[in-house]
Design a protein around this ligand. Structure first.
Ligand SMILES: [Zn+2]
Length: 101
């Protein structure tokens, strides 16, 4: 049901797969909602289209620079998951995942 992840070197289950994590923020703070004003993270497969509008308010957003998830160590991922109290990824469309708290 999940298409195979192209970085097959990672053998974790899909929930632990280091899905690339993209940070977005409002490109025009005057037209933002609380979601995009403070920025939000979105897990997307590498070939998924980048978001250009806030999913909540539709305001234009831009991608914030961040380290690619695939460059983070497993210890760091584990720590991040622990800090988040175990994050679940919900599949919201083909190749696109939303972080669930
Ligand atoms: Zn917004």
């Amino acid at each position: 049901m999940y298409k195979s992840f192209q970085f097959s070197v990672f053998s974790f289950s899909v929930l632990e797969t280091p899905m690339p994590n993209y940070d977005y923020e409002a490109s025009d703070p005057a037209r933002s909602c609380p979601t995009c004003l403070t920025g939000f993270e979105r897990y997307q497969s590498l070939d998924a289209p980048r978001l250009t509008a806030c999913p909540d308010c539709g305001a234009p957003i831009r991608k914030r620079l961040s380290l690619p998830a695939i460059g983070r160590s497993q210890a760091s991922l584990d720590q991040r998951a622990k800090n988040a109290g175990f994050s679940k990824l919900k599949k919201i469309s083909a190749g696109e995942y939303e972080k669930q708290y």
